[in-house]
Write a new protein. Structure first.
Length: 202
């Protein structure tokens, strides 16, 4: 079996991806492995036809770069793969986009939907019918309630429990618990400043 080609940013997430590939019995060839090279990656300079491809970038570089690369790879009809740890058992009705990562011990309940580029880290649990948007990052041991809808390019920090009905796009939630009904797009709710909700431009 041929190597998976990785376009990577040098973050710790790349190590997670490589370890998961190893548990899958696969190996990887790193085409690039630093942030500047990922941002400036040019598909024209590489012969990727016939090769499986995965784009790996960490939560610090969340969203738009990965989203752009995944979109271009799909337009070029390249073989983007999903990397799912062998310990994960997916119900038959789970919907997966392209370039999805699911880490060791994660649990996805019936009817979960993950859009292109979604990252589900080790030990996370997604409740029934949860919907996760493009390039959204779900951290380690996060708990997402059933029927929660999370927009694109959003980060849910490690060990956070989400009981919202909806979290908008371009949000960062690293608070421990999120019990409000919904969070609008471009909201920051941070563990170190629980009294503050900060809106930012993506």
């Amino acid at each position: 079996m041929t190597d998976v080609y990785l376009i990577a940013d040098g973050s710790a997430h790349v190590d997670d991806v490589l370890q998961t590939l190893s548990r899958m019995g696969r190996s990887a060839t790193l085409l690039v492995n630093d942030f500047d090279s990922l941002v400036n990656f040019d598909f024209h300079g590489h012969d990727l036809a016939g090769h499986e491809l995965f784009i790996a970038s960490g939560s610090r570089y969340l969203g738009t770069n990965r989203t752009k690369l995944v979109k271009e790879a799909r337009m070029r009809r390249l073989a983007l793969i999903n990397i799912i740890d062998p310990s994960v058992e997916l119900p038959g009705d789970v919907e997966l986009g392209a370039n999805v990562y699911i880490g060791r011990g994660a649990t996805l309940k019936s009817g979960v939907s993950l859009a292109d580029g979604a990252v589900i880290q080790e030990g996370a649990t997604l409740g029934t019918l949860a919907r996760i948007g493009n390039s959204t990052w779900i951290g380690r041991d996060v708990r997402i309630a059933s029927r929660t809808v999370i927009g694109r390019n959003t980060l849910i920090g490690d060990h956070t429990e989400v009981r919202c009905k909806e979290i908008g796009s371009y949000c960062e939630l690293d608070h421990g618990n999120c019990l409000v009904e919904s969070l609008p797009a471009s909201t920051h709710l941070l563990r170190n400043h629980p009294e503050k909700i900060v809106v930012f431009n993506p």
